[in-house]
Design a protein around this ligand. Sequence first.
Ligand SMILES: [Zn+2]
Length: 377
Amino acid sequence: MAQSYEEMSVMLSVTTELGNEKNLQFNPAKSAMIIFNHTGLGEPREMKIQGKHIEFEDEYKYLGITICNEPNYLLRQEQIWKREAHKALQSLHAQSIWTFNRFEITRIQWMATGVPKLTYANAVLASRASRQITAIFDRTQVAAGKWAMGITAHKVATEFVLGELGWSTFESREAQSKIRYFARISAMDSDRWPRKCLSMMASTNIYTEAIARLNFLKKRFSCTDIPLEYTGDQSARFQLFNEQVKRRIKVKLSEQWTESMSSKSSLTLYRQWKVRGVTVRGLYTNSRGSTLLALARAGMLPTRAHRTKYEPLDPLCTKCGREVETIPHIIMKCEPYHSETNELPRMLGLEGEGDDGTCEETKRTLEEWEDEARRIR
Ligand SMILES: [Zn+2]
């Protein structure tokens, strides 16, 4: 980094000398100059390293992140992130083939490849668009979860998807990595550069986007009062700190999840029974019945009662003609449902172990219902 052409060429000649002395060859094809601000640069001149010309570029990929000469230096990177989110979803579609259990494979694959790809450099980077980018990642994640359950074309609540898959939000992942990272810097020796930058920001009261974002996330996840403790010999207890942060975020995430579910009528039964992230093993298979079961759990099965919201239709069950066709009515096969028993939650796999065949029976019931409904429609 230099303030003028003059300064930069001095720095390059120092680098050249050092390279020659140590027998190092610099590759100018792997280097570039970016001008962030044209003011006060002085007389333009050719930039060279070891006698070889270096090009001026508008952007450069450094340590996996593309920086550019726009007023927002992360602009290109933001576009890349958006593209990457789309690509991560597409590769799920391409790779979780039908012979595997789509739910289990997608769940694992998303965490193993999608999330690391999208959270790379999460700890350090932030821009004005951070909130927007994180929201895009979160929407992509919901799409991945819907794919896992085979309900891509259906509208379901976000809380339902996250509850079923047990995934955290990208916002909480970002919070965790930023809080940990800046704690680590704050404990560095005062002659280290990152620490110096932090101190300078504090003394001038001018903060970077990353700090603004850090403070926002700390507040949002109630992490403002977690202290970084030190041992007797003055070494920072990072592990303790990290654990506390992790725990606090987890609690907060769970609260947010419960809170945002509370106003959604489709999730009335779900929020009463569901434990976040605990989904009976083998509940979701690749069958049609499994898709319908997901919709029933999400309270979004297109029952006649549900469909009357958007089409003129008789809400009565066409089978018995006596009662309104609701999810409980279908699952109980027209028999009355007593809400004081746990019958329905058990049949939906929201209660109990679910391995006694109850859920399989429900899936069959739902498949039969759909077949019949199609004929009547
Ligand atoms: Zn009926």
